[in-house]
Write a protein that binds this ligand. Structure first.
Ligand code: GTP
Ligand code: MG
Length: 250
């Protein structure tokens, strides 16, 4: 619990037994629930998560976005924090991020990994990340440093407003850009990024193209006002809707 808010961490996992061990050794005491989504794992992901007191949810269909949707459905906390199961994100920074999220009165606070410290990200991925974030800036005019970060903070009710739908890797950029497109208050704060534990299943070129194609599609879908309303049916001052005040349609 932080300043009257219950805190939940949602972690999508496909074979992350090694990363989970590292994460669970650093969970802050102010975290009320940890939801681990076991996405078709063939290792001890679910057993390890359960042994550490996590709520384990299963999702059969592969996909990063699908795994998050299953985890969000199960979450009960007021404020949710996302992160990968591979131990790369600083779970111990959760209270700092939540406090900053509250202090800055944001709808979504994302942890930016840039500028990077150390060698946690190979050069090709660094380039891919910068290209994708550059494309998002050009296409949407969004002031964002790291569209691909896996660690962000928001109130659970925000989901009813932005309704993310991407089943796979574009889920992360979709989430952040839909907050911006819906007129929400989006902010970033720097986070350290560590080396991955366990094997990566990310295919930089395939996932890079998939993410870029999604950015272009989302831009086309939201070009005109009518299209934007169709893509974001609850376009609003996000903060009013999230805080339970009357939702205003533009
Ligand atoms: N790639 C992938 N990851 C999934 C899937 N379902 C859940 N995940 C989890 O989603 C998180 C993000 O995936 P990662 O493979 O770490 O992606 P990344 O951080 O961009 O790339 P890495 O450098 O490999 O860590 C991890 O915790 C995965 O275990 C899936 O279907 N595919
Ligand atoms: Mg990762």
């Amino acid at each position: 619990m932080i300043r009257g808010n219950t805190i939940g961490i949602v972690i999508p996992c496909h074979n992350e037994e090694r990363g989970l061990e590292s994460l669970f050794s650093r969970v802050p005491s102010s975290v009320d629930e940890v939801i681990v989504v076991d996405n078709n794992s063939t290792d001890q992901t679910a057993e390890i998560a359960r042994a550490h007191g996590a709520h384990v949810v299963f999702e059969k269909e592969p996909g990063y976005g699908r795994a998050y949707q299953a985890g969000f459905r199960a979450a009960r906390a007021n404020i949710l924090v996302t992160m990968d199961g591979d131990g790369q994100y600083p779970i111990e920074h959760t209270p700092r991020l939540v406090n900053e999220f509250l202090d800055r009165n944001l709808d979504c606070l994302s942890g930016s990994r840039f500028p990077l410290q150390g060698k946690a990200m190979p050069r090709i991925r660094r380039l891919g990340n910068h290209l994708l974030t550059g494309a998002a800036r050009v296409l949407f005019g969004a002031r964002v440093q790291d569209t691909q970060s896996g660690m962000w903070v928001f109130r659970r009710e925000l989901l009813d407003v932005i309704r993310p739908t991407q089943p796979s890797m574009p889920f992360s950029e979709e989430f952040k850009l839909k907050v911006v497109l819906a007129g929400g208050a989006f902010g970033e704060t720097h986070i350290p990024y560590a080396l991955r534990r366990g094997e990566s299943t990310l295919r930089p070129f395939r996932h890079g193209w998939e993410n870029l194609a999604y950015l272009v599609r989302l831009r086309l879908e939201t070009l005109g006002r009518a299209q934007r309303e169709a893509a974001l049916p609850l376009r609003m001052p996000v903060r009013d809707a999230v805080r339970g005040r009357e939702t205003v349609r533009h």
